[in-house]
Design a protein around this ligand. Structure first.
Ligand SMILES: Cc1cc2nc3c(=O)[nH]c(=O)nc-3n(C[C@H](O)[C@H](O)[C@H](O)COP(=O)(O)O)c2cc1C
Length: 188
């Protein structure tokens, strides 16, 4: 059975992004483990946390609870991320989450030439977003996650789904959401 990790950075009640992500999750077959980033209340790495973490990773001691999120991420078969489009990117919780799971010795290691080599099981990552206006060019939040997934976690099968323009006056939110679901149906 596939081990699915759902990383949810939605904070609004009735979040459209979470709704779309759950549509994706329904299409997957496996055991879903949900991480609600808001509830995890992860803090950005400060000097003390970085010193502690470096001492532990240098000594190869990964038993500390601070490594639980990284171990979960490394063990997942499929990663689903829901991230509303905030300030052309994602909520900062997502960046803080990646700071916590990008752990040398758990999610990746370096080759002799200094190239990151994945220690993650996942072969597939699905990023789901919704935006108030149009996303011109690309979604920089997704671009960042895609770059990390490809270069650090060795994930090649990466899907992006979104519904745009949801907050524009007079926009047909239901139609935009339905279109996003049609996109999901076609790809999954
Ligand atoms: C803090 C914040 C920043 C936002 N920044 C953008 C933005 O840069 N571009 C945009 O099109 N919409 C922006 N929006 C609108 C959201 O992307 C939009 O309402 C989205 O559908 C919210 O997702 P949710 O329903 O899952 O909360 C922002 C909303 C918030 C609360």
């Amino acid at each position: 059975m596939e081990n699915i990790l759902y990383i949810d950075s939605c904070v609004r009640k009735g979040s459209r992004t979470d709704m779309l992500a759950r549509y994706v999750l329904e299409k997957l077959d496996g055991k879903i483990h949900e991480l609600r980033l808001e509830d995890m209340a992860l803090t950005p790495l400060d000097g003390a946390a970085l010193d502690k973490r470096t001492a532990l990773t240098d000594s190869g001691n990964f038993s500390d609870d601070m490594f639980i999120p990284a171990r979960q991420f490394a063990a997942a078969d499929i990663i689903v991320i829901s991230a509303p489009y905030w300030d052309l990117s994602f909520p900062s919780m997502v960046k803080v989450y990646f700071e916590h799971i990008n752990i040398l010795g758990i999610t990746f290691e370096y080759s002799e030439n200094g190239i990151p080599v994945s220690l993650c099981k996942a072969k597939k990552l699905i990023y789901v977003s919704t935006s108030g206006g149009p996303v011109y060019g690309s979604n920089m939040g997704f671009d960042y996650v895609k770059a990390l997934a490809e270069s650090f976690y060795g994930i090649k099968d990466i899907l992006y789904f979104d519904a745009q323009g949801l907050d524009i006056a007079g926009s047909d939110v239901d139609a935009a959401m339905e279109n996003a679901k049609i996109d999901i149906d076609k790809s999954m």
